[in-house]
Design a protein around this ligand. Structure first.
Ligand code: NAP
Length: 259
């Protein structure tokens, strides 16, 4: 089958859940994963039209995808998400924890508990819950055949996002620790866990911070003097998921133009 001008390779059944795949980096990863032969679960929270468009684009080139709404911060919805995948796509082989949010730019001394809870629930609890469900399916400890997890972190975990969203940066620090700890926990059980740390990427997320044009403002501070594109992050994600990265775990790829 042909996809994006390339041949779609279909090997043994590869089934992937990508959270927050209706838009941005997740959508790019979903399309690239499909072109590499994965049956893809396109998870999203509320924008069904966007998720349906990603599924349609995948099906148009002969791939397999389903769209499943679920808030990754809600335990019952996460359980249902993975149960739907079991039923409709078959045994899970990979997870990309990607669904993440940030809120209006402000200083730490202005943040209230409700905001912190929203950010940490999606960006931290959501990653833990989805990782748990994936490990229960992929780990040899539970009779699974192994697999791979990629967490989408951020360069913010290293830079701190002062004056913008330190809560978001801190949530990505937690994602980095989750990546290291979980990788070492499940390495003997056939699961590799790695992360990508994107820099400033052209997606809708910056509008949530109240500055849709943020990439244009900061791009000159990037050593490569440009923002990144979701497809460039997707390439790193798909490499970490692939057998080419077979001895790579507890590791990070910064996709940030040197930032
Ligand atoms: P985006 O364009 O804003 O898209 C976010 C996606 O996540 C949407 O599909 C959204 O669903 C989904 N989502 C949000 N909250 C969710 C929840 N609770 N449950 C399920 N899905 C949820 O974001 P993006 O820029 O592609 O970011 C993707 C990841 O990359 C995030 O983890 C982000 O922190 C990270 N990242 C981004 C950048 C950047 O510059 N863009 C840089 C570093 C790291 P709906 O469509 O239904 O709203």
């Amino acid at each position: 089958m042909r996809g994006h001008g390339r041949w779609v390779t279909r090997s043994m059944n590869k089934v992937i859940v990508i959270t927050g795949a209706g838009r941005g980096i997740g959508a790019a990863a979903a399309q690239l994963a499909a072109s590499r032969g994965y049956a893809v679960c396109v998870n999203y929270r509320s924008n069904q039209d966007a998720a349906d468009a990603v599924v349609a684009a995948i099906e148009e080139v002969g791939g397999t995808a389903i769209a499943v709404a679920a808030d990754v911060g809600c335990e019952d919805e996460v359980k249902r998400l993975f149960a739907v995948v079991d039923r409709r796509l078959g045994p899970l082989t990979a997870l990309v924890n990607n669904a993440g949010i940030l809120e209006t730019q402000m200083r730490v001394d202005e943040m209230d508990a409700a905001r912190l809870t929203r950010t940490f629930t999606t960006n931290i609890t959501g990653y833990f819950l989805c990782a748990r469900e994936a490990v229960r399916r992929m780990s040899t400890r539970y009779g699974g055949a192994g697999g791979a997890i990629v967490n989408v972190s951020s360069m913010a975990s290293r830079l701190g996002s002062a004056g913008e969203y330190v809560d978001y940066a801190a949530s990505k620090g937690a994602v980095d620790s989750l990546t290291l700890g979980l990788a070492r926990e499940v390495a003997p059980e056939g699961i590799r866990v790695n992360a990508v740390r994107p820099g400033v990427i052209y997606t809708d997320i910056h509008a949530s911070g109240g500055e849709p044009g943020r990439v244009e403002r900061v791009k000159d501070t990037v050593p490569m003097r440009r923002g990144g594109h979701p497809a460039e992050v997707a390439q790193a994600i798909l490499w970490l998921l692939s057998d080419d990265a077979g001895y790579t775990t507890a590791s990070f790829i910064d996709v940030s133009g040197g930032r």
